[in-house]
Design a protein around this ligand. Structure first.
Ligand code: GLA
Length: 387
């Protein structure tokens, strides 16, 4: 799986010539705190050991020539020509990042980019964020400019909002830019600050199971959920005038005023309000190395996403159910936006092999679809590769 840097350099030289610099940005898995980021709340993801690598060198003009090794596709962007967006291809991410960097006063030079990635796509592991952040870092650095990592994350998010049309939160880009090896990040999505929480995976490991399904609903339902949360805030503001986001609503406040909310909105709000609390509690459990408690919160998170937020699906529920039947599994839940993608599982290390085998067999038996299981330690965020 891991990308061979030397091969990438050699390929770069035969395609573009010259000596490229190499930059990487990882995918992520969210341990807990789902659909809380755009509610100004808390999330607890970690960067994974799967990453996107960009080999890059400057050109004398203002063109960005870009080639994807994985897709065997190439494209060109002229920074002095009018912008193009919503092509519906990976080029939107590249162009979006370049244009937004320039709008934020990072003056770019033209560049030749060769991109290779081992982040699984469509798996809910933020291959898009890995692409945005690695390209953003590469373009900035080779142009002899600099950018703060939080600003880089915001550039990636803005690229998705404006060039791709996905109104996502900040979690994926933030952890891809700022992840830390051996740590999960407790991100406060309002303050855009993170606490690095040590996560030793010697005893309990993170295994990610890919449903290998992506339901069409994902994008439209995501936007619907955002709107439902906003409606909830609007109603609750009558009773809690100081609030601007569900982040500001405590579980006690919610219990007090929930009967003023229509049923669907009540369910959505209940998920977000309780998930914020679970996330803070899970970070506390991690600080104490209390994996039993951490796992318990993961199961609860899944139930809330399934029953209240209604962003799970049959395949995700099945993977979580199978995990619950395996020895040594401390917790399991869907991760990412939902409607397909992956589950994240906290599994005793000595049971990992057993777990992988059981999940693969049982999932295939019931769906005729093969799952992929990825095991990853918490990895570092975006950086230049020096070797
Ligand atoms: C997607 C988005 C994130 C976040 C999650 C749900 O991954 O990109 O910003 O909202 O869904 O937690």
């Amino acid at each position: 799986m891991a990308i061979n840097y030397l091969n990438l350099q050699t390929e770069y030289q035969s395609r573009f010539g010259g000596e490229p610099r190499l930059f990487r940005a990882p995918g992520r898995v969210n341990l807990i705190g789902e659909h809380t980021d755009y509610n100004d709340g808390f999330v607890l993801p970690m960067a994974i050991e799967y990453a996107t690598i960009v080999a890059a060198a400057v050109r004398e003009d203002r063109k960005i020539r870009v080639c994807s090794v994985n897709l065997g596709e190439e494209g060109e962007i002229n920074l002095d020509a009018p912008e193009q967006k919503f092509r519906g291809s990976w080029l939107d991410f590249v162009e979006g990042v370049a244009r937004i960097l320039e709008r934020r006063n990072v003056k770019l030079r033209g560049a030749d980019l060769l991109i290779s990635s081992d982040v699984p796509t469509g798996a809910g592991l933020s291959s898009s964020a890995a692409l945005e952040i690695s390209v953003g870092l590469a373009l900035t650095e080779i142009s002899n400019q600099s950018i703060d990592k939080v600003q880089l994350a915001l550039v990636g998010q803005a690229a998705e909002h404006e060039f791709v049309g996905a109104k996502i939160g900040i979690m994926d880009q933030f952890v891809s830019a700022l992840g830390r090896k051996g740590h999960a990040l407790l991100i406060d999505c309002r303050k855009l600050q993170a606490e690095q929480v040590p996560f030793a995976t010697d005893d309990a490991a993170i295994a990610i199971c890919n449903t290998n399904i992506k339901h069409e609903l994902a994008a439209s339902e995501y936007n619907t959920r955002r709107a439902e949360c906003e409606q909830g805030v609007e109603i609750l503001q009558k009773f809690l005038p100081g609030i601007t986001h569900l982040r500001d609503v405590s579980v006690a406040d919610f219990e007090k005023y929930k009967n003023h909310l229509p049923e669907i909105i009540r369910k959505r709000c209940r998920h977000v309000v309780t998930e914020n609390k679970r996330t803070l509690d899970a970070a506390e459990a991690l600080r104490k190395n209390d994996f039993e408690e951490f796992g318990r919160l993961m199961w609860l998170s899944h139930m809330s996403l399934r029953d209240d937020y209604e962003v799970s699906c049959r395949e995700l529920d099945l993977l979580v159910k199978i995990a619950s039947e395996c020895a040594g599994v401390l917790g399991a839940r869907m991760t990412g936006g939902g409607f397909g993608g992956s589950t994240v599982n906290l599994v005793r290390r000595e049971k990992l092999e057993d777990f992988t085998e059981k999940v693969s067999i049982k999932y295939f038996r019931q769906t005729q679809i093969a799952t992929d299981v990825y095991v990853s330690n918490p990895a570092g965020g975006a950086s230049e590769i020096i070797f």
